[in-house]
Design a binder for this molecule. Sequence first.
Ligand code: ZN
Length: 121
Amino acid sequence: MPESCCCFGCFNVRQKGSGLSFHKFPLQNPELVNKWLIKISRENFSPSQHHVVCSDHFIKDDYIRGIHPSEDPTSRHDILHQAIPSVFPAHPINKQVILQKRRAPPKLRIKSEKEENPIPI
Ligand SMILES: [Zn+2]
């Protein structure tokens, strides 16, 4: 069974040369696991040793070597023990930003104003 990222809205699957790495939950540290679950928007989810989070949700500072897998797809990448996923392009908060894109305001009808005010001179 292919390993796929368990983050909300992420469908990345482990593939050779994809520039992604997959990281297991820090199950030895339940407090840290909770922080991960809050971050990935899956608070009622209990991760097992088979669940993974992909490198799309980590920044390069989360990696032991300070290099993000997308910059060096052929090497092995391990995250720091205290690393917490922090990048979530699919989360609702970010969707809201896109929805806020403004539509062009409707054209004003200035012309009719004069017509509706017939002032006799
Ligand atoms: Zn992912």
